[in-house]
Write a protein that binds this ligand. Structure first.
Ligand code: MG
Ligand code: MG
Length: 249
């Protein structure tokens, strides 16, 4: 069931979204060689709690971290660890949710550790560009197939692939609501968007095959071919004035 949000609820979602976005910016500023993913997770938890919110992911299905932090070939759901030390050339994906006043925000970004390869930079750039192209279709009357198609077309034209197994989703009182928001699709098909819907658009883009697998820790998803992956996500409200990016700060 797709839950439509009224203006009061959207107001609350803006607050949860802002906290989420701020936490990612703060963690992103701390990304450098020698830093552990646990350190980044601590920064995120401290900011969210300082704002009177709680980390959406902490304890979700038993997840042990406040954020999902995934390095290089890890696609999503990486567990923050004091043993994972960032090194020059890595790319690190930070995925954060904050729950405040009954509503969640959900956002992710990919950061470079020092100097990275031109190919890694291009992967990050194409992923962000694909988000913007897809989100441009997040308007009343638009279809989710338009969003997914725009993402897929841009990614594949660049020689990369979009993950099929994991997709975006509605966001609200639950972290994951209907509808599913795939990063692939057919124009003119899929759920029709209307004012008051709030969705997380989140392209996960692999340098090689779109195929992924889960590690034995029960969480971390990695590319099957071991090549790099990038992730970019915002919580997006569908409004009469166009897409509103609730987690963009
Ligand atoms: Mg997320
Ligand atoms: Mg999400």
């Amino acid at each position: 069931m797709i839950v439509i949000k009224n203006s009061e609820q959207l107001k609350k979602m803006r607050v949860a979204g802002r906290i989420t976005g701020e936490a990612i910016v703060l963690a992103g500023e701390a990304v450098r060689e020698g830093v552990t993913t646990k350190h980044l997770d601590d920064i995120i938890r401290r900011h969210i709690e300082k704002c009177g919110a709680r980390p959406s992911f902490l304890g979700y299905g038993g997840f042990p971290g406040s954020a999902c932090i995934s390095v290089n070939e890890q696609v999503i759901h990486g567990i923050p660890s004091p043993d994972i030390i960032l090194k020059e050339g890595d790319i690190v994906k930070i995925d954060v949710g904050a729950f405040k006043d009954g509503f969640h925000g959900d956002s992710a970004n990919t950061f470079a550790v020092g100097k990275i390869s031109p190919e890694a930079q291009r992967l990050i750039d194409v992923t962000k560009e694909s988000f913007r192209l897809g989100a441009a279709h997040a308007v009343p009357g638009g279809r989710l197939g338009d969003v997914g198609h725009a993402i897929q077309e841009h990614v594949e034209a660049a020689g990369f692939s979009v993950v099929r197994k994991y997709v975006g989703h509605g966001v609200g009182e639950d972290l994951h609501e209907d509808p599913n928001v795939p990063n692939y699709g057919t124009p003119g098909r899929g759920v029709r968007l209307c004012r008051g819907m709030v969705i997380a658009i989140e392209p996960m883009v692999n340098a090689g095959t779109y195929d992924v697998k889960e590690l034995r820790d029960g969480w971390t998803v990695v590319t099957r071919d071991g090549k790099l992956s990038a992730h970019y996500e915002h919580t997006v409200a569908i409004t009469d004035d166009g897409p509103e990016f609730l987690t963009m700060v």
